[in-house]
Write a protein that binds this ligand. Structure first.
Ligand code: PNS
Length: 159
């Protein structure tokens, strides 16, 4: 069985993430979306909230499951018997850091491959951070995140 892991902070999940997850699900038998539990990073949503938002929005995709991890990503892959990391690339600016991480992960475990997918052009400017910034200042985020995430962001920022 070909299992791929799609890791990230997902704080919160955007339509750009969902586009990558849905497309990856067609290429692998199973895609595990892995939400990073990072205690040092100040996230807007708790780990449980981020996982729940992903679960609800991935419900329609049969071979996708959502889980969380802490520590090294390659250890999570080993635990799940997965050999592929899926990453979305939005622009050239993403490339340098992603390349660094892919090479480090390969150094840590030579059996693991990172597969890069190009984000759809309509989401190429999208990031969780920018969505949060726009929402914080009460700007319109409609169409950038799933509707239920939009509602959660509005609640957080009293819109
Ligand atoms: O959505 P993000 O914040 O860009 O995701 C980054 C993520 C979770 C993929 C990355 O920080 C990660 O893999 N963290 C786990 C720790 C780890 O394995 N570090 C070494 C990778 S080189």
């Amino acid at each position: 069985m070909r299992i791929a892991v799609c890791p990230g902070s997902f704080d919160p999940v955007t339509n750009g993430h969902l586009d990558i997850i849905a497309r990856a699900s067609k290429m692998f038998d199973k895609v595990i979306v892995a939400v990073l539990h990072n205690s040092s990073k100040n996230s807007l949503f708790t780990l449980e909230e981020r996982v729940e938002m992903l679960r609800i929005n991935c419900e329609g995709i049969g071979n996708v499951e959502v889980d969380s991890f802490s520590g090294l990503l390659i250890d999570f892959l080993k635990l799940k018997d997965a050999h592929v990391i899926i990453k979305g690339l939005r622009a050239v600016s993403d490339f340098e850091y992603e390349m660094q991480m892919a090479l480090m992960n390969r150094k840590l475990d030579a059996d693991i491959e990172t597969v890069f997918m190009m984000t759809s052009s309509k989401y190429s400017y999208l990031s969780s951070s920018l969505v949060k910034e726009v929402a914080r200042h009460k700007g319109c985020i409609h169409g950038l995140v799933p509707n239920m995430v939009e509602e959660e962001l509005k609640k957080r920022f009293n819109i």
